[in-house]
Design a protein around this ligand. Structure first.
Ligand code: A3P
Length: 321
């Protein structure tokens, strides 16, 4: 699966050499690849995902821009889809980080540097559940043309920025100085962040959700925070597995919400001391889990600038924050 045929004798990648690159918020470079800013490590994974992924009609893909609530949505989706198999007392989400249970297509499945050899796409139980940060326009045809379902989550760009800046500063290589808020903000405003620009990312999925509402369910982190009960039911209906009256009266929805709540997940031993793929501390996926923390970071000029960009980029789309 690895595209070794395009490597130079010294191991460097010819394609990567030809792409414009910029330092991202993390330590590694971002490359302008297929019109989005792709982390270097994910380029081969995205290409292999596009080339080799064969979607099944029963597949479910949780798509997101990084730091918009991916972890929460994959936990909820995993719990909803598998609710017949596990009890709340003995649930895999109590002992595994959600990213371990739901693998990211361009990283864990198709990136040979991170690939988990025990994962075999053809033998995974159905419905197969995946995550992706790949923009809609770069998804494989097989996924777009199949009846596989996509659930997308986005978040207020102010909170997304703060979440990304704090997260990437923590995973930045120890040898690099911390990235100042102002410098990171300029990159974010220019769209130079992993899988960015963020406005194109959300608009790609937004437009498809308008055109094909049975294919893409478009959610906002803030809406989920305000009424998670409604959206758990909404997700189950969208996936064709609505809660029965009996499940509702048995408190099945509340128990899924409780299992996947920020407070519960953050306190689990696996999310305090565990690591994802041996290098990211699970605890980094759980910071504050709040709406509006950005007010503690933004100056008046930053508020003006980002508000203007949001208005300009989303105007006429029907999407707003
Ligand atoms: P903050 O940094 O604002 O706290 P992602 O999962 O896409 O990386 O997004 C991470 C953001 O989602 C972080 O936001 C994190 O705290 C928040 N988050 C993680 N798990 C959550 C949960 N179960 N409920 C609500 N928010 C959650």
């Amino acid at each position: 699966m690895a595209s070794t045929d395009r490597k130079h004798a010294n191991g460097e990648d010819k394609l990567v050499f030809s792409l414009r690159r910029e330092r991202g918020l993390a330590s590694s470079y971002l490359y302008l690849f297929q019109e989005f800013w792709c982390p270097g490590i994910a380029i081969e994974g995205v290409e292999s995902f596009q080339k080799y992924f064969e979607a099944k009609d029963s597949d479910v893909v949780v798509a997101s821009f990084p730091k918009t609530g991916t972890t929460w949505l994959i936990a909820l989706t995993f719990a909803i889809v598998n609710r017949k198999h596990f009890s709340a007392q003995n649930h895999p989400l109590l002992t595994s980080n959600p990213h371990t249970l739901v693998s990211c297509l361009e990283f864990k499945i198709f990136c040979h540097e991170i690939h988990d050899p025990v994962l075999h796409l053809s033998t995974m139980l159905e419905p197969r559940l995946f995550s992706t940060h790949t923009p809609f326009t770069a998804l494989p045809k097989s996924l777009i043309q199949s009846n596989a379902k996509i659930i997308y989550i986005c978040r207020n760009p102010f909170d997304t920025f703060v979440s990304a800046w704090t997260y990437f500063n923590k995973i930045r290589s120890m040898s690099l100085p911390a990235l100042e808020l102002e410098e990171a903000f300029e990159m974010y405003c220019d769209g130079i962040v992993s899988f960015g620009p963020w406005w194109s990312h959300m608009l790609g999925y937004w437009k498809e959700s308008m055109a094909r509402p049975n294919k893409v369910l478009f959610l906002k982190y803030e809406d989920l925070k305000e009424n998670v009960n409604f959206y758990v039911k909404n997700i189950a209906e969208f996936l064709g597995c609505p809660f029965t009256a009996e499940e509702e009266s048995d408190g099945e929805i509340e128990s899924i919400i409780e299992l996947c709540s920020f407070e519960k997940m953050k306190e689990l031993e696996v999310n305090i001391s565990g690591k994802l793929d041996k290098f990211i501390d699970n605890k980094l996926f759980f910071r504050k889990g709040e709406i509006g923390d950005w007010v503690n970071y933004f100056s008046p000029s930053m508020i003006n600038k980002l508000s203007r960009i949001i208005e300009e980029k989303l105007s006429g789309s029907g999407l707003s924050f």
